[in-house]
Design a protein around this ligand. Sequence first.
Ligand SMILES: [Fe+2]
Ligand SMILES: [Fe+2]
Length: 186
Amino acid sequence: MTTARKKTRQRLPGDISHKHYVARALRVDHAGEFGAKQIYAGQLAVLGKKPVGKTIQHMAAQEEEHWQAFEKMLRQRRVRPTALMPFWRVAGFALGAGTAMLGPRAAMACTVAVEEVIIDHYQKQIEYLGDDEVELVRCLKKFRDDEDDHRATGCDHDATTLPYYPLLRGAIRRGCRLAIWLSERV
Ligand SMILES: [Fe+2]
Ligand SMILES: [Fe+2]
């Protein structure tokens, strides 16, 4: 008989409790997916009728699915959403619409930059949780893969050939990391 080695995490003194970790993860993921929804809504407001509109619509539909899943988990576990939701509503939409106004390539560059941070963020949660929270980890893996598809879609649309791509990427990455940090805490 083979026994699968169960991954166990070493908890160090000062580590937050499991329950606290999960609540914080759900809160920030819920906020992030909401922000993603808003980014694509902003992009669609500008580019919805352009040829790229259909592709963005597809990604937006997946973000809606992701967000709904976290909505449900938040309710089930009685975790409060971040107090910053009204802010993410406006900031996400503005980021999406703003980059879309610069053109489809800039909109896609925004997607690539955001998804890179989110993929990394989900990957860290997946590794931290290990064999705990089977259902949540299953969701995180599925969403991480969806986000990776979005990132690849952005690259397929020449996002990285944008002359100011490194600048835009850097700014968006910093913004996303700050958004994550804040949503975990506020
Ligand atoms: Fe998502
Ligand atoms: Fe996404």
